[in-house]
Design a protein around this ligand. Structure first.
Ligand code: 5AD
Length: 389
């Protein structure tokens, strides 16, 4: 632990000159009567037509967009989403299976060096009970998410997958269990997994080094994403916005990476500090910064399934609803055991639902319908895969 802290502090001193707050220098400008930046608007329109822009132009958008142009950006992103997915919002049941983790990501509250949290690992019957409850509530996609827990062996996971798919063949299972070998990904796919979430976190090698200890490698992360493609998963990746040492260049790299990789799913949320991590004193990512990146991701990867993330709902109430109007089309409520939700504390003040699942479901559905969305509990595959299974 000492070693990781030392490493991160040494980088902090080295990088003192970086001006973190200038990534989106104009975004929090709320003077809506000033003139719109017409170059930003025309670049956004060009992006929609061409799918991608040169690096300098993407950087121009990020560095010059203010709330005056955001409404236009969000409107365009929403139109792109509706072209492929209409007004649908897909619901997935998130089940947090373990908060043990062998990795030492500096931003994450469940990293291996945090000795202050209570660790848990669900038993196979606890996982299955959560799946059963979610199924009975109408969910047809279950997302099994956890830390990079070495004791969640391939065999253990595969047995659960086989059982779920035997009893509920009309469903999809998404895994989010970290970096594994090609063989492991293959085994889990064959056992019944359909999708896998593994955020790249940042597409800048240098930035990746700032966020992770020396035994984690950017190249391995990317290799894993390619393994997942090779194993025929629907692959999800993504990044945090406002993480320490992020720059407009690294955000542009993220967009270029998304364009080249064309993931089936993209998770984007704000960085939120956790009090027991090396990044405890860093400020959180902002709402508008995150919404802009969600919207740009939607335009660059038009057919992606993009969740309105819990992190966005945690920095501001209503954050997820705003994302659903800026290009996002998936919601992943937590359907794991209630007494474990607090323990999956990857950042401070993470929202946990206190309503019973049934009550929550009705409230959520009513809210979504009121906002003009169509609530969709179907398996909700990526549009290119619909009907393939
Ligand atoms: N703030 C926001 N997101 C976080 N994640 C981990 N820690 C934090 C944090 N402090 C995100 C990472 C990870 C996903 C499961 O949660 O992007 O991939």
């Amino acid at each position: 632990m000492l070693q990781s802290y030392f490493y991160v502090y040494s980088i902090m001193t080295l990088e003192k000159g970086d001006d973190m707050k200038s990534i989106f220098p104009r975004i929090n400008n709320t003077t809506l009567d000033i003139k719109k930046n017409t170059r930003v608007i025309s670049l956004i329109n060009e992006l929609k037509v061409k799918g991608i822009l040169p690096i300098e132009e993407l950087k121009y958008i990020i560095e010059n967009i203010s709330q005056n142009e955001c409404q236009e950006l969000f409107y365009i992103a929403n139109m792109v989403k509706e072209k492929y997915y209409k007004k649908k919002v897909y619901l997935r049941a998130l089940i947090e299976v373990s908060n043990y983790c062998k990795q030492g990501c500096f931003y994450c509250g469940i990293n291996r060096d945090n000795k202050s949290i209570k660790r848990y690992r669900l038993s196979s019957s606890q996982i299955f009970d959560s799946v059963k409850n979610a199924y009975n509530l109408g969910y047809r996609t279950f997302v099994l998410q956890g830390g990079d827990d070495p004791l969640l062996s391939d065999e253990f996971i595969a047995d659960i997958l086989i059982k779920i798919k035997n009893i509920y063949p009309d469903t999809r299972i998404t895994l989010s269990l970290g970096e594994k070998s090609q063989e492991s990904y293959d085994k889990l796919k064959i056992a019944g997994a359909d999708r896998y979430l593994l955020r790249h976190e940042t597409a800048s090698f240098k930035h990746y080094m700032h966020l992770h200890p020396r035994d984690m490698f950017y190249d391995n992360r990317i290799k894993c994403l390619h393994y997942l493609r090779g194993s025929k998963y629907q692959v999800g990746t993504g990044m945090m916005i406002g993480s320490p040492f992020q720059t407009s260049d690294s955000l542009v790299s993220d967009l270029m990476f998304l364009y080249k990789f064309q993931p089936e799913m993209i998770g984007i949320g704000p960085f939120i500090h956790h009090h027991d991590t090396p990044f405890k004193d860093y400020s959180d990512g902002g709402l508008y910064e995150t919404l802009v990146m969600v919207a740009l991701a939607r335009i660059i990867v038009p057919k992606a399934l993009i969740p309105a993330t819990t992190a966005l709902g945690s920095i501001i109430s209503g954050g997820r609803e705003l994302a659903l109007k800026a290009g996002a089309n998936v919601l992943m409520p937590n359907l794991g055991p209630e007494d474990k939700r607090e323990l999956y504390s990857i950042y401070d003040n993470k929202i946990t639902i206190s309503d019973s699942d049934n009550e929550f479901k009705t409230k959520l559905e009513n809210k979504l319908i009121k906002e003009g969305h169509i609530v969709d509990y179907s398996v909700g595959d990526h549009i290119d895969l619909e009907g393939v299974k």
